[in-house]
Design a protein around this ligand. Structure first.
Ligand SMILES: Nc1ncnc2c1ncn2[C@@H]1O[C@H](COP(=O)(O)OP(=O)(O)O)[C@@H](O)[C@H]1O
Ligand SMILES: [Mg+2]
Length: 341
């Protein structure tokens, strides 16, 4: 399996276990439950799961159970027949039907009303749905992946989440730890996002002053990777020079970490081949990180592409020339990396 195209960045040591599970689980139809605080990358992981499944060319249908009013969620999920309620002027399929053959992503499932939870349980058990106001059931073929930032075991204990549904969903649990427990990832992700935003904004690559690195490593990141991504964008817009300094950081961040001179020194960076330095990895290094040869090539390619794009201020012709490849080859590689762009 090729992890280079998942868009998931991290020390492969902290992600290795997750990738190992992903590799086994993605091709199956098993239900997966992903837990983790908001902004830890749950959706990114679910999309990678879908893309590496046999359902990849079928629809991926996400639904945020917390964002849709509870009266509307049932008809949104299961559809409705004409006349089922006052505004049901036409029959309409729900998200489960629209996802036929593909994957339904039930995001924030912990927010789902307990009455609707029974109906989800039925989908999981019987693989059939019933439209609101309908008189029969319909077989469906979808894979269900759910995510939550809540502690569902606790919600089961307090009666807010059905125990039977919890066990049905929890076939393959994956937990994404908060960023504050992945300190080796903070700077790696920051550099990744800065490279991206600086390339998009066609500005020179920003580097971080040592003190900024110490602050970022010490900060608690309540908004996790999303907060870090937003900070990278902010820095790429607001920093005038080529180096970001502590005064460029948000006041609340500086306030939280306190005096810079009291912060611990930065830990030496491990796994040099992913970071600034370059050490030729041996096969045993790669094995340790659960990486295949292709994964290593992808990482190397990604870094060189980013570097060339930066050197060329985002001009693709020039970046291709720097790399000694054709412009069309470069564009193809960029498309593969970021299909949405
Ligand atoms: N390991 C990661 N590597 C790269 N980008 C990440 C990673 N984790 C999260 N992100 C990015 O952070 C943002 C929030 O992630 P998301 O998957 O929406 O989190 P969640 O669903 O847990 O709230 C997204 O823009 C996502 O692409
Ligand atoms: Mg989310």
């Amino acid at each position: 399996m090729n992890f280079g195209d998942t868009g998931i960045i991290g020390q492969y040591t902290s992600l290795a276990e997750m990738f190992r599970i992903l590799e086994k689980v993605a091709p199956t139809d098993s239900t997966v439950l992903i837990t983790g605080e908001s902004g830890t990358g749950k959706e990114l992981l679910v999309r990678a799961l879908h893309r590496h499944s046999a359902r990849a060319d079928k629809p991926f249908v996400p639904i945020n159970c917390g964002a849709i009013p509870k009266e509307l969620l049932e008809s949104e999920l299961f559809g409705h027949e004409k006349g089922a309620f006052t505004h049901a002027l036409k029959s309409r399929p729900g998200r489960f039907e629209m996802a036929e053959g593909g994957t339904v992503f039930l995001d924030e499932i912990g927010e789902m009303d307990i009455l609707l939870q029974v109906k989800i349980l039925r989908v999981l058990q019987e693989r059939e749905i019933e439209r609101v106001g309908g008189s029969g059931t319909k077989k469906i073929d979808v894979r269900i992946v759910a995510a939550t930032n809540r502690n569902l075991e606790q919600d089961v204990a307090t009666g807010h989440f059905r125990e039977d549904l919890f066990y049905r969903l929890n076939v393959i649990p994956l937990h994404l730890p908060p960023l504050r427990e992945r300190d080796e990832d903070v700077l790696l992700l920051m550099e990744h996002f800065l490279r991206r935003f600086c390339a998009v904004k066609k500005r020179a690559q920003l580097v971080l002053a040592q003190d900024v690195e110490r602050i970022l490593a010490a900060y608690s990141w309540p908004g996790n990777v999303r907060e870090l991504e937003n900070l990278a964008e902010r820095l790429s817009i607001l920093c005038d020079g080529d180096e970001a300094h502590p005064e460029d950081l948000p006041a609340k961040m500086l306030a939280q970490v306190g005096s810079i001179s009291n912060l611990p020194p930065l830990k030496p960076r491990v796994n040099a081949f992913q970071r600034g330095g370059f050490t030729w990895p041996t096969i045993s290094n790669l094995k340790e990180l659960h990486l295949g040869m292709k994964d290593f090539f992808d990482i190397a390619e990604e870094r060189l592409l980013d570097e060339a794009l930066n050197m060329a201020d985002g001009v693709k012709n020039q970046a291709a020339e720097i790399l000694g490849i054709k412009r069309t080859t470069l564009i193809e590689k960029l498309k593969k990396r970021c299909p949405e762009e």
